[in-house]
Structure formats: structure tokens, C-alpha cells
Design a protein around this ligand. Structure first.
Ligand code: MOS
Length: 737
């Protein structure tokens, strides 16, 4: 690529002004005339059936318009296929207000519709429900111990060599179980849908979602409307972390109510109700690592058991990561599930990777102590240049450089190896490290680019921007390729009527949508050059696309800068006032390479020697993710994800009250996340990594990598500080006492 004026430049979010000024509207903020407010009534039991719903008292309240229940609602689709969204796991998706069955505590069982939100909420308290309760299971550990564990058909698994035999013979061994709690995403913006009844058979829906087309297809299918009569918009999303990947139940409820009343309806969930959506599944890892006395891995066994619901088999790849990172001739990787009477878990930042790498990197730390080798040195001894799952090389892997730069910045060589050996006053100081890895995925996506004779550009795609800076990324690519200032680019996204794009997730938006924008802009360039060459004696006569640059609103010959034509002149010559192109980009299925993003994370903790209070004093995260288009917003992604990793290590945990089969700490007061006082120095380093194989932009994506390995680095630092190995996240102070 030619020298860039936009790529690699720290650029503030182009929509920042709109957000700061409160102009950016979120799904629950669209006010339309005669808007009806819906309030969800949630099931009080975990399993059973509704015997009777008495809505008379609620309906008697002045201002209440209707109460929808499974027995009183417009028709809903009746086959699983219609309820399966773009990323639905195997199984039979939950159907809101479908029948009398209760599948989890907090399940929506009625929707009260009223002229005012307060009236709807009050009337919801008057809906009387008689349940027939049935026995339920919500105790993950108890189910696992009693062997109620299933082997899903599509579970990732891998085995090579003779792992059990090699483990038995290894002179250095580690065998341990690691646990992680249920976590909830808790984005700032609550889930909300405003369904605008257009009165002509069409419905316009403002939804909190990471995928407007996923929501559009789902809600049209479920509510039995033609997809082209439904338009879903989500121009701004106040955080997601994965919770908005699948359509949530407020969406079909709002649309169903709009159809029932033929009026516009808004349904907003409360913070408590957001704990009835998906969550990061609790998981137990069993690891057994064998190595020779020089620390070379001989055997790697990693078995997991994770939670899912009774009706869907949610699972991600928890176990593959060790075979991508560490050379080892013998391995056995297996995953199983326990079914609980809870809602289905869902993706939460780096799903699979954050969980798997916590356990793998803690076990590697334990192996380092067992082999009396520095933890960083152990990673380098076992460094793998190939993907042992697929038996192929990486398109790029600058992980060695991540280790080197992060270790240097952190000061790792000054570490004393012994646990409890770095005391400072009353603080036990601990230094820990871990590796990070995440998939560099690309999905099929389309985008449109429009260049106007006055030099303005519009870039459009149906993706969302849940906060990582997607608007800005799209504008930067348009500006770069078409040679205009960033201010000349408008971006349209978060609208199901725009060119097709997948949900925003998996760190794949820049590679997927970015590649499509690249394709669309290249098509505009090509046509613009042709127009420029239509002028009599065009200065660019005979030039090929690769001979010219698009800069400063001009097409310029790259070997002879005097040969140039402005965009306006080119359009005039070609008698055009705009060029509009759409392109679709797909990953190269024939690639002979594996594509991954890597990181090295180093953490310092300070543990109060008497009270056990843990403070994460410093984190250094060095990331190799291909080309970084925008170090400012990419850096913020890593910062935020490191904070998520601190939460995973020390704070976040949703507990179940098994007497009711219900998550009990369902508020921001009782579900702890790191606050400012918990977050100290975080250094982000982007390590240079060129990758011209992966996609035309050479990008990998940075949405998730920052959380992977962070919890392990902190847990390892806590061990180094205290000499106590807590294998159960979050590490709360009671576990250290
Ligand atoms: Mo993320 S869990 O890919 O939204």
C-alpha cells in the first residue's frame, strides 16, 4: 500500500460530538406521537407452567390498554427455524409469550401496555399468576458432580499422540481444576426497543442490537411479517459485550404489541430484567500438563464442563488455544456441558478464548514453578510457529515481539522468582504474566461507497457500532481510498436496509466490513479514472489504476505528480455527478494459513498482607493484530478489555439463589465491576505486524484480544505475591485469607 494519510493515525471518534452533546439517540429514546409503553412481567418460578393469569386488576387501571400473555396475543411463528437467529446455537430457541411453560426464572410471562411507563409498571404489579411449579436444577457443581454431563454432538474436540501415557511419564507435572463464575455483560444502555407503527403495513424498529439485520430477520419471522416490511435501526449502541448479538425478548414483545394495538410501542427492560438474558457461562476446566525437566511440553490435556440451558447447547471453543500457542506432541482437548433451568448463556467478550486462556495460562504458570523456569521463558521454550489443530502456519504471528516489548516495558527481568519475595511495606507485591490469542476472523459483508462531484463521500453498511469506533473506521477507509479529508465522509450504519453485514462481534467487523468498503472504493476509483480519461488530452491518458493515487481530492499519477485531474474535473469530463458502487468481500476459503491475533499481558498486584485486599497496580498489554488503522480507538478497545479482565479476575460473579433458581445479585450495586478506584496504570503497546495475506487492509481486529489472558496474568501475580494459588475466579479476599 501507498503511504497513508488516514491509516495508523490516532483519530477521535467521528460521532463523539453527537454522543457528548446528547444528540445521538438510543433505542429507548425515539419519541413518536401516541407512543405506548410496555412493561414486562417476569416469571417468579424457575420451572413449571402457568395455570392461570388474572389480568383483570391490571386492565382496570386507567391508562392500561392491554395485557399480552401466551393466551392473549397476536399469532406467533410455530417452528424452531423461525426463532433461530444468525448466531443461534444448536437447540430450540426460547419463544417469548409462546406457551404456558416456564423454562427459567425471570422469563417474560406478560407484557402490560399503557399510555405511560409508570402506569404500565404499576399495573404489572397487579397481574396475578398462578403457577404449577416443578423441580428444577440450577446448581452447576451439584449437577456436574452427579454426572449430569452431556457430550454435545458438535463439541470441539481434538486429540493427537498419546497424551495420557506421555503425562504419566513426564518428570514435571501439573494437574489442576480451574473455575470461573457466571458473568453478566451489564452494558450501560439497557435493552430497549421502540417499534414505530407506520400504518401502511410497515414497521420501523429502533432496537438495541449488535446486528440490525439479525434483529430484522428474527422479528419479521417470529411475528410473521414479510422481512421487507420491517426495518430495524440501531445507529448508536450503548455497549454490548456480546449481549446484543442475539435478538433479546423486548424486540418481539414490542413488535407484537405494536401489531396488537396498531400503535407505536416501546419496551425497555430494567437492570434486573437484563439479568434474565444471556450470560457468560460458568465453567470448570480440568488441566493436566506434563513436561520434561527443561520445560518442554510432553502432554497437554484440557477438559471443560460448562453450563447451558435445557433448550439450547451453547458452547464456544474453550480448549483449542494451547494447540495454537505451544508445541506439544501429545494433546487431548474435550468439552462437555451441563444443562440447567436457566436461560441460555451467550457470547461475552472473547467467548471461549477468555475462559480457555485463563485456565491454560494459569496452568502454564504452575508448570513454570514446578519446572523452576521463568514463566516467560517457559512460553518461549514451547513457542509454536504452527497451528497444531490444522497443521498449518500462521499468516503472521508477532507474539515473540509482544513478549519482548511487554516484558521490557514492564521490567520483568527485575522480578524475583520466589513467591512472597517482593514485599513493600505492608504490600505483598506480585508479578504475573500470560499470553493472549484470539481468532482473526472475516465474514462475508457488503458495503456501498458514493463519491459526489463536490468531493463528498458516503460509506454505508448494515453493521452496528457498539463502541469500538466502527463509524470512524469506515470513514477512515473511505477517506484514505478516495483521497478526501475525513470531514468529507459521512457514514451510515446500524440500519437493516443498508448493504448486508453480519452482527458486530468476534472482532471481525474491520476485517469484514472494512474489506467490503475497500472493494467498493476500489470500484469507485476505477470508474473515476475512466471518467478522467474521457477528457480530450487527459493528463492521465493511458494510466492504469495502479499507476495513480487518490489524494487531496485529485487523481494523481504516482510517478509524475504533475499529471493530475481533480475529482470535479473527472466527473465533468465523464458527465457524471456521482459514482456509486457496492461490493461484497468474503474470506479466502482456500487460504493455507491460520489467522490469529496475539498478545502478551504482564500484571503487578499489591496485596494487603493483613487484609488480603488486592490492587492491580499495573498492566502492560502488548498486542499484535496486523495493521492498526486507528491507534486511538484501538488502544481504547484494549484498555476497556483489560478493565474487563480485571473484573473477571477480581470482581465479576453472578450468584444463584438455588432456593428460587434465580440469579440473586441482579443489580449494579451487587454485581461488582471494576470502578475507577480499581483501575490503575494500563499500558497498551501495538506491536508491528505486517500481514498481506489476511485481507486487503492487513487488519485483524482488536475488540476482544485485550481481555484474553488478562485474568490469568492477574491470578498468576496474586500467586506470586502471596504464595497462595486460587483457582476459582473471581479471586475475592475471602479466598486469600
Ligand atoms: Mo462480542 S462477544 O463478539 O460482541
Amino acid at each position: 500500500m501507498t503511504p497513508s494519510s488516514h491509516f495508523g493515525k490516532p483519530t477521535s471518534r467521528i460521532e463523539a460530538g453527537a454522543k457528548v452533546a446528547g444528540i445521538a439517540k438510543y433505542a429507548g429514546e425515539y419519541n413518536v406521537p401516541r407512543l405506548v409503553h410496555g412493561f414486562v412481567v417476569s416469571s417468579a418460578i424457575a420451572k413449571g407452567r402457568i395455570k392461570r393469569i388474572d389480568t383483570a386488576d391490571a386492565l382496570a387501571v386507567e391508562g392500561v390498554l392491554d395485557v399480552l400473555t401466551h393466551a392473549h396475543r397476536p399469532e406467533l411463528a410455530s417452528s424452531d427455524e423461525k426463532y433461530k437467529d444468525e448466531i443461534a446455537p444448536d437447540g430450540s430457541p426460547f419463544r417469548p409469550l409462546y406457551d404456558e411453560k416456564i423454562r427459567f426464572s425471570g422469563q417474560p410471562v406478560a407484557l402490560v401496555l399503557a399510555e405511560e411507563l409508570e402506569i404500565a409498571r404499576f399495573a404489572a404489579s397487579l397481574v396475578r399468576i398462578e403457577y404449577e411449579a416443578q423441580p428444577y436444577v440450577t446448581d452447576f457443581e451439584a449437577e456436574r458432580k452427579r454426572g449430569a454431563v452431556l457430550q454435545p454432538e458438535n463439541a470441539p474436540s481434538h486429540s493427537r499422540g498419546n497424551p495420557a501415557g506421555a503425562f504419566a511419564q513426564a518428570p514435571v507435572r501439573v494437574k489442576a481444576e480451574y473455575r470461573m463464575s457466571v458473568e453478566h455483560h451489564n452494558p450501560m444502555e439497557p435493552f430497549a426497543t421502540t417499534a414505530v407503527w407506520e400504518g401502511d403495513g410497515r414497521i420501523t424498529v429502533y432496537d438495541k442490537t449488535q446486528g440490525p439485520q439479525n434483529s430484522r430477520n428474527y422479528v419479521a419471522d417470529v411475528c410473521r411479517m414479510p422481512r421487507d416490511k420491517v426495518r430495524v435501526l440501531s445507529p448508536y449502541v450503548g455497549g454490548g459485550f456480546g449481549s446484543g448479538l442475539r435478538p433479546q425478548y423486548q424486540l418481539p414483545l414490542a413488535v407484537l404489541a405494536a401489531r396488537a394495538l396498531q400503535r407505536s410501542v416501546r419496551v425497555t427492560l430494567t437492570r434486573q430484567q437484563m439479568f434474565t438474558l444471556g450470560y457468560r457461562a460458568g465453567i470448570v476446566h480440568e488441566l493436566a500438563l506434563g513436561a520434561d525437566s527443561a520445560g518442554r511440553l510432553a502432554s497437554f490435556l484440557h477438559h471443560t464442563v460448562a453450563m447451558t440451558s435445557q433448550f439450547e447447547e451453547f458452547q464456544r471453543n474453550f480448549v483449542q488455544w494451547s494447540s495454537l500457542l505451544y508445541r506439544c506432541p501429545n494433546a487431548e482437548l474435550r468439552q462437555r456441558l451441563v444443562k440447567l433451568d436457566q436461560n441460555t448463556p451467550c457470547d461475552m467478550r472473547a467467548p471461549g478464548g477468555a475462559e480457555g486462556m485463563y485456565a491454560i495460562e494459569c496452568a502454564m504458570d504452575e508448570l513454570a514453578y514446578a519446572a523452576k523456569i521463568d514463566p516467560l521463558e517457559l512460553r518461549l521454550i514451547n513457542y509454536s510457529d504452527t497451528d497444531q489443530m490444522e497443521n498449518r502456519p500462521y499468516s503472521s504471528k508477532a507474539l515473540r515481539e509482544c513478549y519482548r516489548q511487554a516484558a521490557e516495558k514492564f521490567g520483568w527481568p527485575k522480578r524475583s522468582a520466589e513467591p512472597r519475595s517482593m514485599r513493600e511495606g505492608n504490600d505483598l507485591v506480585g508479578w504475573g504474566m500470560a499470553s493472549g490469542i484470539w481468532e482473526a476472523m472475516q465474514l462475508k459483508a457488503s458495503a456501498r461507497a458514493v463519491l459526489t462531484a463536490n468531493g463528498s463521500v458516503e460509506i454505508a453498511s448494515a453493521t452496528a457500532d457498539i463502541g469500538p469506533g466502527t463509524y470512524t473506521m469506515m470513514a477512515q477507509i473511505g477517506a484514505e481510498l478516495l483521497g478526501v479529508p475525513l470531514e468529507s465522509v459521512t457514514v451510515k450504519l446500524g440500519d437493516s436496509s443498508l448493504p448486508d453485514a453480519p452482527v458486530e462481534g468476534g472482532s471481525f467487523t474491520t476485517s469484514s466490513v472494512g474489506s467490503a468498503i475497500h472493494g467498493a472504493c476500489r470500484a469507485v476509483q476505477k470508474e473515476l479514472l475512466q471518467l478522467a480519461q474521457k477528457a480530450a488530452e487527459s493528463p492521465l491518458a493511458g494510466a492504469k489504476l495502479d499507476d495513480v493515487l487518490f489524494v487531496d481530492g485529485k487523481i494523481r499519477h504516482n510517478r509524475d505528480p504533475k499529471r493530475e485531474v481533480s475529482v470535479a474535473d473527472a466527473m465533468r469530463a465523464g458527465k457524471a455527478d456521482r459514482i456509486e458502487k457496492e461490493a461484497t468481500a468474503e474470506p479466502d476459503e482456500d487460504s493455507k494459513y491460520s489467522h490469529y491475533t496475539h498478545s502478551a499481558v504482564f500484571a503487578e498486584v499489591r496485596v494487603d498482607a493483613e487484609l488480603g485486599v488486592i490492587r492491580v497496580a499495573r498492566v502492560v498489554s502488548a498486542v499484535a493484530a496486523g495493521r492498526i488503522l486507528n491507534p486511538k480507538v484501538a488502544g481504547s478497545q484494549i484498555l476497556g478489555a483489560v478493565v474487563g479482565g480485571i473484573g473477571m479476575a477480581l470482581h465479576e460473579e453472578t450468584s444463584t439463589d438455588h432456593r428460587f433458581g434465580r440469579f440473586m445479585n441482579h443489580s449494579l450495586a451487587e454485581y461488582h465491576v471494576p470502578v475507577n478506584a480499581d483501575v490503575h496504570a494500563i499500558d497498551v503497546i501495538f506491536v508491528e505486524e505486517e500481514d498481506d495475506e489476511i485481507n486487503p487492509l492487513g487488519v485483524k481486529g482488536v475488540g476482544e484480544i485485550g481481555i484474553v489472558g488478562t485474568a490469568a496474568a492477574i491470578a498468576n501475580a496474586v500467586y506470586h505475591a502471596t504464595g497462595k494459588r486460587v483457582r476459582d475466579l473471581p479471586i475475592t479476599l475471602d479466598k486469600l485469607m
